[in-house]
Design a protein around this ligand. Structure first.
Ligand code: ADP
Length: 166
């Protein structure tokens, strides 16, 4: 059984992430979306919230019964080993992603030679898209419907409103 892990911050999930999820899920028997807990960047959403948002998005999509979502902390290779995953899925948007991703992929393979990283090149329409861009636009009340799945739009605005009212 081919088990893949797609790790990331997903703060929040974007249409770029969803595109990678759907494409990668067709190549494995099981895809685990791993939401990173111990983030050095201070995330907007808690890990549990990010997991819930992804689950909500996946629920609306066909052929996703073999996709699960969970948070993790510690080393990615350890999490992959615990879950019997052989494949780590990552996305590449631009040359700027490449150097960092190559280093991480090579390091992970060195730590555990049973695990390989598979890269998906971004679909052209999402090549500019990141969670940071979404947060910047939403923070100023801008329209994010081209950037995130419909079912989470309100949650992103609500989050900014709740921060403002503290
Ligand atoms: P990180 O894991 O670096 O904190 P993210 O959670 O934003 O970052 O992204 C998780 C993975 O998804 C990374 O491999 C990233 O390159 C990829 N990714 C993010 N946005 C896109 C996009 N628009 N198109 C393709 N891949 C993307």
């Amino acid at each position: 059984m081919k088990i893949g892990i797609y790790p990331g911050s997903f703060d929040p999930i974007t249409l770029g992430h969803l595109d990678i999820i759907m494409r990668a899920s067709g190549l494995v028997d099981k895809l685990i979306i791993g939401v990173l807990k111990n983030n050095t960047k201070k995330p907007l959403f808690t890990a549990d919230e990010r997991v819930e948002l992804i689950k909500r998005v996946i629920k609306d999509k066909p052929n996703t019964d073999h996709i699960t979502v969970e948070s993790f902390d510690g080393l990615l290779v350890d999490f992959a080993k615990q879950r019997d995953a052989q494949i780590i899925v990552r996305g590449l948007r631009a040359v700027t992603d490449f150097e960092y991703e190559l280093q991480i992929a090579q390091t992970n393979h060195k730590i555990n030679t049973m695990i390989d990283t598979v890269f998906f090149t971004t679909s052209v329409e999402f090549s500019y898209l990141s969670s940071s861009v979404v947060k910047e636009i939403a923070a100023f009340g801008g329209d994010i419907k081209q950037f995130v799945p419909e079912s989470i739009i309100q949650s992103v605005y609500d989050k900014f409103n709740s921060i403002r009212s503290v």
